[in-house]
Design a protein. Structure first.
Lengths: 491, 485
């Protein structure tokens, strides 16, 4: 690897290789019912309790499209700045598997609902554009469970028929970091839109990673391998790292790369061949005769556009323009819709005392640290935006010092306590009466005459000592700014 | 004494409404005859005792406002019936009892009818003679060892033999009209999208359509009026204005233009079929219709296109019968082995043949040459009809290129069997309605039918033409009850 962190290159002898990566992300559509049936989609239910006759492919059962899922896919397409296809077609992808009750998956092959679009990644060295090839709707399969019974494979059909959006990127990514940023950005956009919860642990978001390598500077694509079903960003990055090096080694040894499907073994940190191109399934795609082509009108699309909220890129721009935050801070604030919401609520609640710098620092500093520690999402924050705003206002109007604020912050976590009440209960109000402080400082100087003389003779470091003594004497409640002023005067 | 089982549906309904007979008496009569007629092998599943209970319940609280008050009837075993075994004529569904009801049968029960049992059919409706059924071939009441046609062979046989006053079949390439033609009965294949496919075991989804089979046109109109409803559970169901077909039925077809397609004169067609057609044309003229010669130039390509599209869809539709969830399962060493054994033991020869054809034509590298081409042909065939209907209101053709044949006569020659569908298949490809009415007999006395093809959603018009011609033809089915000992 080279030193420039924006580049990910693999060097061997005299050759430098770059990695070309494209992603097929499978995102579960946020919807109460499945793509072609009215069964519930709730995660974690008892096995086979959310299965209709359609999902289990009983004879004579027919699919009926769920309009809500179609709307969700179109909204996602709008969020990806993509072409919405007014006519799309559902096809059958035929293959046999125990957890595929119909013997085919209903998907969109030739005519997807969403065409080309773009996603902008906020990379450290500037924005990077990744093209979207298409987005199509398809059914999820059930789940085969191989480790519950020694003799048999058990099948849970709860997931069978749940709507997925397959979002196919162009081979525009070059580094594992870009892949990470891409998945995070997609997730962020879909969470803003409410079209996918992006929960990777529950499998709501997973990806097939397509990787090839080529000599840097070449514009010919190498033979790619597809790594199936990787379900965390970390694993994607590890898999890319392993797979890219494997391919480079093969080329360096004068061997050819077989186009194949591979699996990433998370325990051994390696990819393994699953099936070669020759063994690839012939899915025998053809238009599903049980479903008519899906046609939507301009009016239908326009109406959905009215429902589109402000998306991360626009929000970021507004935060920079309006609140004068740095692009870096803005990126952090908008990356997750709940963070953005929290920030905006804090700002709103602070009212006329608004201090953006302070708000950003408290959210991205103290609050994030706590959330990280406790492994919580910001939506589960133990401190509400309203109370954090109050706390910041207390600092801003001089009622408490920043240091005291940290103590109060700790106390607030117990049941989202109002900081004002804590200040009153614990008597933590800052001492800002200059007369009282002068008396206090006079006493300290008197008690430490020798040090005061040393300071006057030029040992300026001792200034901190006096500040510390003053703070200690006031139990930390003294207004530090006033202490500084008075000390300078008196010493 | 009133011979209940030989009554038409219309007369039977009248007799029950007039309280001349009860539902129980009626049901008993059909059950008795059914029990005496087991040699026809028309039933796969008899539901006689339940039927009697339902008939008694009806008599206790009769509702004479219904269109089928306490009328017993048997249906093709392709319709899923709640709590009653539904096999589609296949070993692979030999033990399958659906916990749901098809929309078409539900519509029938909602009008007061009572299920007698499930009628034999070709396996998954794939056949033209009812010989591919796992439950054995069906005898035609017309003559011993004669096929009743297929795939709705059990329905046609039971109807002609008076085991049921009326019945329903399904028609993918002629499966209602051909057996109707072979047994001297009336059969209507409605416009695609007229009757819901919900709960009907699928063969070829873009072609399958349920329809009535009856003793006369009036009965046919009545049942069509009942089974044809818009159904949200079938995405291909069409929400169009449906007529009150039986009420609006008229024999006044004066001035109707009836097209005679020259391409339906095929090589090797027996003279008696040509004569039948000529006679039919005369009858139509007698009714005041105007005869117009038309051309349907792509007719020749219909059969090959059909035998690509239908198996392609079937190969995918039948993938669900894999031994995993319901139906027959054979033990295997592993999943693939279980699939292979289940499906090679569970499906019969004809079904396996069509699954293989369908799998082949959808395979990558062949898809464009077969499936896509067949779809293009299908479009051309539809265009032919659209062109013709600029000039005419309906089209008159023979229903089949020959009369019924003997059991076993064509089983080793699938292509000759497929040729039986030559006049019916174009109609399915174009999604149009068509009715077959009995119009004469061949030299052996076996019935022959004429087909009237209509514009999409124009069932009323072809029913009217059929009704008018039926009066002129005065066909009488000669059935001797030879099978009753």
């Amino acid at each position: 690897m080279t030193k420039d962190s924006s580049e990910y290159l693999i060097e061997r002898y005299n050759n430098v290789y770059e990695v070309v990566i494209g992603l097929e992300v499978h995102a579960q559509v946020t919807s109460n019912s499945k793509l072609f049936s009215s069964s519930s989609t709730t995660f974690g239910a008892e096995p086979n309790t959310q299965v209709s006759l359609v999902d289990a492919a009983f004879p004579g059962m027919l699919p009926v499209i769920n309009e809500y899922c179609v709307k969700q896919a179109i909204k996602t397409g709008i969020g990806l700045k993509a072409q919405i296809n007014k006519r799309s077609v559902f096809d059958r992808k035929n293959y046999f598997y125990a957890d595929l009750p119909q013997g085919y998956q209903i998907s969109q092959f030739k005519f997807p609902i969403v065409g080309e679009g773009t996603v902008i990644l906020d990379m450290e060295n500037g924005p990077k554009e990744v093209g979207i090839e298409r987005l199509h709707l398809e059914q999820d399969a059930g789940k085969s469970i191989h480790d519950m019974d020694p003799q048999n494979t058990l099948v849970d059909l709860n997931r069978s028929g749940v709507a997925l959006m397959e979002i196919v990127s162009k081979p525009d990514m070059r580094t594992p970091d870009e892949v990470s940023a891409y998945v995070k950005k997609l997730r962020s956009i879909m969470r803003y839109l409410g079209t996918c919860d992006g929960n990777m642990q529950e499998g709501s978001l997973r990806a097939d990673v397509n990787i090839s390598v080529r000599i840097k500077g070449s514009d010919v694509l190498g033979t790619r391998c597809e790594i199936k079903n990787v379900n965390s960003i970390k694993f994607m990055q590890m898999a890319i790292d392993y797979e890219a090096n494997r391919q480079v080694d093969l080329i360096e040894e004068g061997k050819t790369i077989d186009q194949e499907t591979r699996l990433f073994d998370t325990k051994k940190n390696e990819t393994r061949s699953m099936r070669s191109k020759e063994d690839a399934h012939d899915y025998r795609y053809f238009p599903d005769p049980d479903l008519l082509p899906l046609e939507v009108t301009d009016e239908f699309i326009e109406k959905l556009k009215l429902d589109i909220p402000e998306l991360p890129d626009e929000k970021k721009k507004r935060f920079i323009d309006k609140f004068k935050v740095s692009p870096y801070e803005a990126t952090i604030l908008v990356s997750d819709i709940d963070t953005a919401k929290y920030f905006e609520e804090v700002v709103a609640k602070m009212g006329k005392n608004l201090d953006i710098k302070l708000a950003v620092n408290w959210i991205t500093g103290e609050l994030f640290a706590v959330l990280n520690n406790k492994n919580l999402e910001i939506s589960q924050s133990p401190i509400s935006a309203k109370n954090l705003a109050k706390l910041i206002n207390l600092i801003k109007n001089g009622t408490i010092s920043g240091k005291i604020a940290k103590t109060i912050f700790e106390l607030m976590m117990d049941g989202d306590k109002d900081p004002q009440i804590i200040v009153e209960e614990k008597g933590l109000k800052q001492e800002s009466d200059p007369k009282a402080l002068e008396t206090l400082i006079d006493k300290i100087i008197n008690d430490n005459r020798e040090k005061a003389i040393e300071y006057k003779q030029g040992k300026e470091k001792l200034f901190g000592f006096f500040v510390g003594q003053a703070m200690k004497a006031s139990n930390g409640k003294a207004n530090p700014q006033l202490i500084n002023e008075i000390l300078k005067k008196k010493l | 004494m009133l011979d209940i089982t030989s009554l038409t549906l219309t007369d039977l309904v009248k007799s029950i409404k007039d309280k001349k007979i009860s539902s129980e008496e009626t049901t008993k009569a059909f059950i008795d005859r059914g029990e005496k007629s087991r040699d026809l092998n028309a039933y796969i599943t008899e539901d006689f005792s339940n039927a009697l209970d339902k008939a008694r319940a009806f008599d206790q609280k009769p509702n004479f406002d219904l269109k089928l008050p306490g009328i017993p009837m048997a249906v093709k075993d392709l319709f899923c019936t709640n709590g009653v075994k539904t096999t589609a004529g296949s070993k692979i569904l030999n033990n399958f009892i659906p916990p749901y009801e098809s929309t078409v049968t539900q519509n029938i029960w909602n009008e007061g009818a009572i299920l007698l049992g499930k009628l034999n059919c070709d396996e998954f409706a794939m056949g033209s003679s009812n010989e591919t059924s796992f439950f054995g071939s069906v005898q035609s009441p017309i003559d011993k060892d004669l096929v009743p046609g297929g795939s709705s062979g059990g329905s046609a046989s039971a109807l002609a033999a008076n085991l049921t006053p009326i019945t329903i079949g399904t028609d993918t390439g002629g499966s209602i009209r051909q057996p109707a033609s072979f047994t001297g009965t009336v059969g209507l294949k409605p416009t695609y999208g007229s009757c819901s496919r919900y709960g009907i075991v699928a063969f070829a989804s873009s072609l399958d359509q349920a329809g009535p089979m009856s003793k006369n046109v009036k009965d046919c109109a009545l049942l069509q009026e009942i089974i044809s409803t818009y159904d949200e559970k079938d995405s291909t169901s069409i929400d169009f204005k449906r007529n009150a077909y039986s009420k609006e039925l008229t024999n006044n077809i004066k001035g109707k233009k009836i097209g005679i397609p020259k391409e339906y004169t095929v090589d090797g067609m027996p003279k008696e079929i040509e004569d039948l057609w000529t006679k039919g044309i005369e009858h139509a003229k007698d009714c005041g219709a105007e005869i117009v010669e038309i051309s349907l130039p792509h007719t020749n390509y219909a059969l090959p296109a059909y035998y690509i599209v239908a198996p392609a869809e079937a190969s995918s539709n039948l993938a669900r019968y894999d031994g995993v969830k319901y139906g027959f399962r054979s033990k295997g060493e592993n999943l693939i082995d279980m699939y292979e054994k289940t499906r090679s033991e569970g499906f019969g020869e004809e079904v396996q043949r069509r699954i293989m054809i369908g799998t082949y034509v959808l395979s990558s590298g062949y898809y464009d040459a077969y499936y896509i081409k067949a779809q293009k042909v299908r479009k051309l065939i539809k265009n032919d009809f659209d062109e013709a209907y600029k000039k005419v209101d309906a089209i008159l053709t023979p229903s089949t290129p020959s009369a019924a044949f003997k059991i076993g006569e064509k089983t080793n020659d699938p292509v000759s069997m497929y040729l039986n569908d030559i006049f019916t298949v174009p109609v399915n490809l174009a999604g149009l309605p068509a009715i077959s009415i009995p119009a004469g007999v061949d030299a052996k006395g076996y019935p022959l039918g004429l087909q009237i093809i209509g514009k999409a959603f124009d069932e009323q018009n072809i029913l009217n033409i059929a009704y008018a011609m039926e009066e002129k033809i005065e066909f009488k089915n000669k059935i001797t009850d030879w099978w009753i000992k």
